[in-house]
Write a protein that binds this ligand. Structure first.
Ligand code: ASP
Length: 354
């Protein structure tokens, strides 16, 4: 009889401990924090300069806004579907390179000899791998060539004929000079040559009225993205500066000057008079200020543009995105084509100063 009672007691004890154990497990399940959702996002620019409302027609404004939105949507979709930030930066920049509105790919500006020589670069913030091309002609999408340099060579930058040959070997798309030509850019060159001197090219006999806005902006394009894995990438593509000396290379293809990305800090893309961004290593400087001076992205951008670039007499702007998905931009010009889109639902496009 005692034996049976003891057995019953033991069984009861077992049941109670099983129930309390399960309850405990359920509780840990409930209190265990879910893995941190990484917000994905991208930020773009389409160049900085004297972009003022009074120089803009409603049609132009709509055209720019639409194209910037298309670029943002393209990159956003890639990120939303789990694509990498490198892929998002590439495809976003492709949209702007393929549009004559911007000074990159189709619609690139002319140098002093009336030629279009383009620069582009990309950087992967996870590996710090980077690729760039400088002074290339006829490659439809210079940013694609920059990615090829990153992925298929042990180098960071290829230039001129070598870069073009390399792009040919990898079957990148080439276009005739006529594809890149826009009358607006050519007129800008003629006006710049009249003002700045240098080789005065023959006036084209086009009846098109010169586009006043065009003269007052530079139109480089750039993109910084962070994907669902928290990897940051940055890229920049440009035709450089109107009436630049043949062979001149700007900041856009120089890693650390026009483009920089590092997962532990941020990604940055620059636009403006490249010489100043090279001399201040502007994009890398932003990263350094965050890493070593504990500045926020916003503070770092402000310091580089409004102190370092300003004090040299430079002009332009920067866009940035930090490791937490915060987005910021700054510029000391009248305007900058810019926008961002975040997985939190924000979608912003701006042209003029705030
Ligand atoms: N930064 C470019 C360059 O100097 C020009 C621009 O951004 O508009 O080549």
């Amino acid at each position: 009889m005692y034996k049976n009672l003891f057995k019953l007691l033991l069984a009861l004890l077992l049941i109670v401990s099983i129930i309390s154990c399960k309850k405990g497990l359920d509780q840990t399940k409930k209190t265990k924090p879910s893995p941190k959702e990484i917000p994905f996002a991208l930020v773009i620019h389409g160049g900085a300069g004297t972009i003022k409302k009074e120089f803009m027609t409603p049609e132009k404004e709509t055209a720019y806004t639409k194209k910037l939105q298309e670029a943002l949507d393209t990159g956003y979709k890639i990120l939303e579907n789990g694509g990498t930030s490198i892929e998002a930066v590439q495809k976003t920049i492709n949209i702007m390179e393929n549009s004559p509105l911007f000074n990159a790919g189709k619609g690139a500006v002319f140098n002093s000899l009336g030629k279009q020589e383009m620069d582009a670069s990309i950087m992967d913030g996870k590996t710090l791998n980077a690729g760039a091309v400088a002074g290339v002609s006829r490659i439809k999408n210079p940013i694609d060539a920059a990615i090829l340099v990153k992925d298929s060579t042990k180098h960071v930058m290829l230039s001129g004929k070598g870069a073009e040959e390399f792009a040919k070997q990898h079957q990148l798309q080439f276009e005739d000079e006529s594809y890149f030509y826009t009358e607006n850019r050519y007129q800008s060159l003629l006006r710049a040559q009249e003002k700045e001197g240098g080789k005065v090219l023959n006036k084209s006999n086009s009846k098109n009225k010169p586009d006043f806005i065009d003269e007052h902006k530079k139109g480089t394009v750039g993109c910084v993205a962070i994907d669902k894995s928290g990897n940051i990438a940055a890229g920049t593509s440009t035709g450089g500066m109107t009436n630049k000396k043949f062979g001149r290379i700007g900041d856009a293809p120089i890693i650390g000057a026009g483009t920089y990305a590092n997962n532990i800090t941020c990604g940055v893309s620059a636009t403006g008079t490249g010489e100043f961004f090279i001399r201040t290593l502007a994009a890398h400087e932003v990263s350094n200020l965050i890493q070593y001076k504990n500045l926020s992205l916003k503070q770092a951008l402000k310091q580089v543009i409004h102190v370092e670039i300003d004090s040299l007499g430079g002009d332009g702007g920067l866009i940035g995105l930090d490791k937490n998905g915060n987005i910021a931009w700054d510029f000391n010009t009248a305007g900058m084509y810019r926008g961002f889109k975040k997985s939190t639902g924000e979608n912003v496009i701006k042209i003029y100063s705030e």
